[in-house]
Design a protein. Structure first.
Length: 251
């Protein structure tokens, strides 16, 4: 069988947290697969750098969309979705990748403000985004794919991971509820992906004593991110997957 080198041709894909780490690599991967990528993140300069990487390879021109997921005014999310609608008319995929680590501390001493911030960005912001983007996903001409980003500590609680761990459990819950709501009623597929330990700023913050060279790079898990976003995974819905395992299966 000849593999399709451009499985995302003519598709519009939103990637959150596209300025750094896994999100930047995923945005570049999707652009190489033919997608027009909307780059969402908090830091404009970082998004511009990802834009330049995509432009340097003469790939479909991306769009830069600075947005802070700490925003708690729901109207801002509605306006964001309206702006995407005006420019693109539909969405074929969303990678909900942006997230923050918060503190590594026992619950007894965990800062209330940090807890609120992590839950706002990692859970509430994702909910508000997906709520307002759903009509655009449902307007996709073919199938559309939503990927939530989980973590090992979102599937098994671990001491000192506090709000981050709890927020990733909530992410799995969000995925399951949405997947069940869309089951048999929509061409929108919804899954969660645990990247596994990956060499990024967040990983270095979580494990300061670790040698970064010993941790796999984001590039290594991209086959899983591409497969789940593309029509090739059309029958996968409502599943909690591990990127490392999936990438190995696909190799
Ligand atoms: P990074 O810290 O490298 O990148 C996180 C991204 O999220 C950045 O682009 C950041 O942009 C964005 N972001 C953070 N806060 C906000 C905000 N308020 N509004 C908009 N964007 C925001 O992390 P990784 O690439 O390592 O992580 C990506 C995802 O993978 C996360 O969800 C993480 O929990 C998950 N993960 C990562 C693992 C790893 O080993 N790396 C393991 C398991 C899960 P900016 O800095 O501009 O705010």
């Amino acid at each position: 069988m000849v593999e399709n080198a451009q499985p995302l041709a003519d598709r519009v894909i939103l990637v959150t947290g596209a300025g750094y780490g896994i999100g930047r690599t995923a945005a570049l991967t999707y652009a190489r697969a033919g997608a027009t990528v909307i780059l969402l993140g908090r830091t404009q300069e970082a998004l511009n750098d990802t834009y330049d990487l995509i432009e340097a390879e003469s790939l479909p021109q991306p769009a830069v969309l600075p947005f802070d997921l700490e925003e708690s005014d729901e109207d801002k999310y509605r306006l964001l979705a309206e702006a995407i609608d005006e420019n693109f008319g539909h969405l074929d995929g969303v990678l909900l990748n942006a997230g923050v680590l918060g503190q590594r501390a026992p619950l007894q001493t965990y800062h209330w403000e940090t807890w609120q911030k992590v839950m706002q960005i990692n859970v509430n912001g994702q909910f508000a985004l997906i709520k307002h983007l759903l009509p655009l996903l449902q307007a996709a001409p073919a199938d559309a794919s939503v990927i939530f980003t989980s973590s090992s500590v979102g599937r098994q609680g671990r001491a000192y991971w506090g709000a981050y761990s709890v927020s990733k459990f909530a992410t799995e819950g969000l995925m399951q509820v949405l997947a069940d709501e869309l089951e048999n009623t929509s061409q929108v597929r919804v899954n969660s992906l645990n990247p596994g330990g990956t060499r990024t700023t967040m990983r270095a913050m979580a494990y300061p004593a670790e040698d970064p060279a010993s941790v796999p790079e984001a590039e290594d898990i991209m086959p899983a991110y591409l497969y789940l976003m593309s029509p090739q995974s059309g029958d996968i819905h409502g599943q909690a997957l591990n990127a490392r395992d999936l990438a190995e299966t696909l190799a």
